[in-house]
Design a binder for this molecule. Structure first.
Ligand code: MSP
Length: 636
């Protein structure tokens, strides 16, 4: 059967306008959709808006609008926002669409007829922000930790879905399909929820006496459907479940993208709902972290919301796509500020890629009147370049397929940097001076071929600039097939290169800050001292080692799974020559929590354990922490 690919974003609530957090997930989905298309895979990309429930009803009332008018307006804004930044969704679903309502009722009836929905009574702490009841364990000081708001105690008669019936099935399914939820930390989070308690059944209705803004239950119109039960079904209603062609074609290749905030509904409610309705589970749930504005969560109430369109107008669409995709390590939170965007543009795009293009095009202009030269007879170094692009492209494809886009891009950049080094090593200006046209032709041709290959590979990220480069190389009709690409022989000798100008202009940072920063660095260099602000950037937390194991092939490294309070982390620690796994299991240690992850012996290390040694010759001694200090406590 032909390979297919189906990617979804969450459908966004219409109680807030689109911001950069929503844009990230949508750009990531757009990237992965275009990336799969470029591999020749028949792909489909779904996004949309979530319009029912208490939250929307209240937001509409505050604006003196009917919930439908209000939803129309905000849903329209989401769609317009995505259109304006060239998001190529295949379908945009709204939960108020008739096609969706029908299927929600169909699924409810199916599960009801099966006996998995019953009528009962429930009292619990409801968080309006999450639109769900929280368990005691999830609350902190009587509040929802995500929304920092008191929950409301609600007791009423309602319909329940027998979620608990599917707990063991789900545990088993996740065990057998280790990539079902990825990255691993979120799989572990779901597993620990499933293992720690008996699942409660899911309350799936709201009485119309309390809320009318919802889809009526097909078997009792005194109730409307609970918003999460309704919303999750969008992923299949949009494909025309149960009989639609799109459902038949794409569902078996479904991959959801969400952020960690909505892990429980997607990791637990949704697969059990699918199971109850006799539908195959999705293939992967891909969970990314949160963008934080310099450590604070982005939210309307904090007034630090950044709109995608403003940013794109300021820095460029391709530049923002590159920044977002490169800066966030899959699964981890990322910091968002404009300095970081400027750094990515100046270093990666302008210095590395932009310079490579400018230098090559200028030299082709100067030495070959702007025409693409033939390869010369002396082509020393070409084999390394061909091997280089092969390795980079394969890694890029491998990592991007696993949603580790930032690592994939890094691998591609290794090839870009190697081409810049090739210029420095071969010194084309010297070859020209020596009249060595033969070798000079090879060098320039190899560079142009390399630029072509990179531009094709990057065309899912740099959606406007890649086609410009390809057009300037007169290669719009050349093969973009991977094998052809890797041959580094795709351009037509003798054709005239187009004009490109400066593709990635460098951006100056705001002066006063830049100066303060360099003054600070100078002071630090002079005295060797850092100030408290510098120190506070390092987030060190108490964590407990849950599991430790040796890493095959290394006698120095242990692979630890630690509980850091809010989340589990895996870290690689260079202590295996001093400590056995049993020495550290169950002990509390200090963990550098905000260290950029690194991969060692094929394992991602998501932080660093603190150890001390007197000199480099000594063995490290792990700093074990008194058991009375709680897990997650921050050092400072
Ligand atoms: N309506 C539900 C989803 C139903 S899906 C069946 C919902 N909507 S939401 O508008 O709150 O969107 C949440 C999602 O927006 C996150 O899971 C993430 O994809 C994206 N993000 C919102 N803010 C974000 C950040 N600050 N950082 C990263 N992603 C963010 O939940």
């Amino acid at each position: 059967m032909e390979r297919t690919f189906f990617v979804t974003t969450p459908i966004y609530y219409v109680n807030a306008e689109p911001h950069i957090g929503h844009a990230y997930t949508t750009i990531l989905a757009d990237f992965i959709y275009r990336f799969n298309l470029s591999l020749g895979i028949d792909s489909y990309f779904l996004t949309g808006t979530d319009e029912y429930g208490d939250k929307i009803f209240t937001a509409a009332a505050e604006k003196n609008m009917t919930p439908q008018d209000y939803s129309d307006k905000i849903s329209g804004k989401f769609r317009a926002e995505w259109d304006s930044i060239d998001i190529k969704y295949s379908d945009f679903i709204r939960t108020t669409d008739d096609r969706h309502k029908r299927i929600v009722q169909y699924v409810l009836q199916k599960i009801y007829d099966k006996g998995d929905i019953y009528f009962g009574s429930y009292g619990g702490n409801y968080c309006m922000g999450c639109e769900r009841f929280l368990t005691d364990k999830e609350m902190v000081n009587g509040k929802c930790p995500d929304h920092n708001k008191e929950t409301q105690y609600i007791e009423e008669k309602n319909y329940f879905f027998k979620m608990s019936k599917y707990q063991d099935w789900l545990l088993d399914y996740i065990d057998k399909n280790p990539d079902f939820i990825r990255p691993e930390r979120y799989k572990n989070e779901v597993l620990s929820l499933l293992r720690s308690d008996r699942l409660e059944d899911l309350c799936i209705s709201r009485p119309t006496s309390r809320l009318t803004w919802g889809i009526p239950l097909p078997f009792d119109n005194n109730f409307v459907t609970y918003v999460w039960f309704d919303a999750l079904i969008n992923y299949i209603s949009a494909l025309g479940y149960p009989d639609g062609d799109k459902f038949k074609k794409y569902w078996s290749a479904a991959q959801h993208i969400i952020a960690k905030d909505i892990l429980k509904p997607h990791g637990i409610f949704w697969p059990t709902m699918l199971k109850a309705a006799d539908i195959e589970p999705y293939t992967h749930l891909n969970v990314h972290g949160y963008w934080n504005m310099d450590d604070a969560k982005m939210s309307k109430s904090l007034g630090n919301v950044v709109t995608p369109r403003d940013l794109i107008n300021k820095y460029g669409n391709d530049q923002i796509r590159y920044f977002l995709l490169k800066e966030m390590t899959f699964g981890l939170d990322a910091r968002f500020n404009e300095d970081l965007i400027i750094d990515k543009i100046n270093f990666d795009l302008a210095n590395d890629f932009g310079n490579l293009i400018n230098r090559t095009f200028n030299m082709a202009g100067k030495f070959f009147s702007g025409k693409i030269p033939e390869f010369g007879n002396d082509n020393a170094g070409r084999d390394d370049l061909v091997a280089g692009i092969k390795k980079s492209a394969e890694d890029y494809i491998l990592f991007c397929s696993k949603f580790q886009i930032s690592i994939g891009l890094e691998r591609l950049w290794e090839f870009i940097r190697s081409l810049n080094k090739y210029i420095d090593d071969t010194k084309p200006w010297q070859l020209a001076k020596d009249n060595n046209t033969d070798k000079l032709s090879s060098v320039i041709r190899n560079l142009l071929e390399g630029i072509y290959g990179i531009s094709v590979l990057l065309s899912s990220v740099l959606i406007n600039i890649s086609p410009q480069i390809i057009a300037a190389l007169n290669a719009a009709g050349a093969s973009s097939n991977l094998d052809a690409l890797l041959s580094m022989n795709n351009l037509t000798s003798g054709t005239v290169l187009g004009e490109l100008g400066i593709l990635f202009p460098k951006i100056e940072k705001a002066k006063p800050e830049a100066k303060a920063e360099s003054d600070k660095e100078k002071r630090m260099n002079e005295t060797g001292l850092i100030d408290i602000g510098d120190f506070s950037k390092v987030d060190i937390r108490v964590a407990k080692v849950i599991k430790a194991e040796r890493i095959d092939g290394s006698d120095k490294l242990l692979y630890l799974t630690v509980d850091a309070g809010q989340e589990q982390r895996n870290i690689v620690a260079g202590i295996a020559h001093v400590y056995s796994p049993e020495d550290v299991e169950g002990k509390k240690i200090l963990l550098v929590f905000n260290l950029k992850p690194a991969t060692l012996f094929g394992k991602e290390s998501q932080g660093m354990l603190l150890a001390a040694k007197k000199s480099n010759k000594d063995k490290p001694q792990v700093i074990f922490i008194d058991d009375t200090i709680p897990i997650g406590a921050r050092l400072g």
